[in-house]
Ligand binder design. Structure first.
Ligand code: PMP
Length: 429
């Protein structure tokens, strides 16, 4: 009779929101893939730190020492969270987008980059120049590995980087990262993992997967906005110009005639110029530490709810789930994110009615992965340009999932109680 494993509690789970009907209902946040709610332990830890708010690395005062200590401890927590190697640097960034832009600026001259065109724009757009190979994503994981193999073989001499997502933010499907890393290795290429969507759902080991770089965002990992990380091999980062020029990145500055002689830091601070987001980084570390202790509970919670969600959505008349791969069958193949189109219905209209009439928050659009979303919608044969995305996480309950399914079924069978019009591109009641 062991108690069921407990998932960490999130802030705001008991929120009530007003509907257009004037009623108040419990808010069902089914948009975890965009940003996850903050954990209660994270909020409490931040509350404790706030009285000691001070600048890191610079002050001799006690508060500065406290902040420096927690900031640097978070680096080690992050290292453990993704099971990085001792040689890897942990650079704090604002988010995943910032992390990939930093990596893009740190590539040695002449680096060839191979990237699937279905990536989130954060992983698709930072790479520039003639040596960027954007390859389409085949219909199976095995074919994706072969496509990467061929693309890396066709690269010119010089350093090579493969960029790949851990889990798609559109379909939740998990990529065969270890197999892709093995192919990269065979070609002497490095591999960078976009872990923005995988890290909140699965334990990641950079060592076991054999990936060189990993990027993630705190706000998807149950911490507040504003802190993320790039973890990975230090050599390219150490050799690159500082991401931002300024204090913290510079160790010594002196006049050299009309010029300035600057000695830049060689550690992670090289790319963390300016006063850093100490509270955000601390919060990110606390969230990672909490998740790291609860993976079994997280996995079981999400597996149950995800299966229920997919069963429920399949009962919505005219709905089709978007899929990258035809070999997605087991629960392990997908994290708790589902995008769908409903024949005859604007996703924006559905999302507006779900919010206004049912207190359910989902996302509509192309999810900053336009090529992926548009391509996958085209495959369904439904004449739409956008999709509806439902994504679950630790804040999700069985009731949220069932409410969503009931509400969607009701809306598509003529059950909207209000009429909606488009205003500035959004549907409003
Ligand atoms: N990659 C993926 C797969 C994502 O889902 C996101 C966020 N939607 C990002 C990168 C970018 O994250 P951020 O906006 O926090 O930089």
């Amino acid at each position: 009779n062991a108690a069921p494993p407990q998932v960490p509690a999130v802030v705001g789970a008991g929120l009530r929101v007003p509907l257009v009907t004037g009623e108040r209902v419990g808010y069902a946040n089914l948009d975890h893939a965009a940003s996850a709610p903050c954990l209660e332990v994270v909020r409490d830890a931040v509350d404790e730190l706030l009285p000691w708010y001070a600048s890191v690395h610079r002050g001799a005062g006690f508060a500065s020492q406290v902040c420096t200590r927690v900031y640097e401890r978070a680096r080690e927590t992050l290292r453990g969270f993704v099971d990085a190697r001792a040689r890897d640097a942990v650079v704090f960034t604002r988010n995943t987008t910032d992390a990939f832009n930093l990596l893009a600026r740190s590539l040695p001259k002449g680096t060839s980059v191979v990237v699937f065109d279905t990536e989130h724009h954060a992983a698709l757009l930072p790479w520039r120049g003639p040596r960027v190979h954007r390859i389409s994503t085949p219909a199976t994981r095995a074919a994706a590995v072969s496509a990467v193999d061929a693309a890396l073989a066709a690269c010119q001499e010089g350093p090579r980087l493969l960029v790949v997502t851990g889990a798609s933010n559109v379909t939740g499907e998990v990529f065969p990262v270890a197999e892709l890393a093995a192919v990269a290795r065979r070609h002497g290429a490095r591999i960078a993992l976009d872990a923005a969507q995988l890290a909140p759902h699965r334990r990641i080991s950079m060592r076991e997967l054999d990936v060189d770089y990993l990027a993630l965002s705190g706000h998807k990992l149950y911490a507040p906005f504003g802190a993320g990380a790039l973890v990975g091999r230090a050599d390219w980062l150490r050799a690159a110009p500082p991401y931002l020029a300024g204090g913290g990145a510079s160790k010594a500055v002196e006049r050299q005639g009309a010029e300035l002689g600057v000695v830049w830091n060689s550690g992670p601070q090289r790319h963390e110029a300016g006063s850093p987001n100490t509270v955000g980084v601390y919060a990110l570390g606390v969230a990672c530490a909490e998740l790291a202790q609860r993976w079994d509970a997280v996995a079981e919670h999400e597996r149950r709810l995800h299966a229920r969600l997919r069963r429920g959505l399949a009962t919505v008349p005219g709905s089709t789930e978007l899929r990258l791969f035809t070999d997605t069958v087991a629960p392990a193949d997908q994290v708790g994110t589902v995008s769908l189109v409903v024949d005859g219905f604007e996703p924006g209209w559905l999302a507006a009615a779900l919010s206004a009439e049912h207190g359910i928050g989902v996302r509509d659009g192309a999810f900053c992965a336009h090529l992926a979303t548009r391509g996958l919608i085209a495959r369904t044969g439904v004449p739409a340009r956008q999709a509806l995305r439902v994504s679950l996480g630790l804040g999700t309950t069985v009731d949220h999932v069932d409410r969503l399914t009931r509400a969607l079924r009701g809306l598509v069978t003529g059950g909207a109680r209000w009429s909606y019009a488009q205003q500035d591109g959004r549907w409003v009641p």
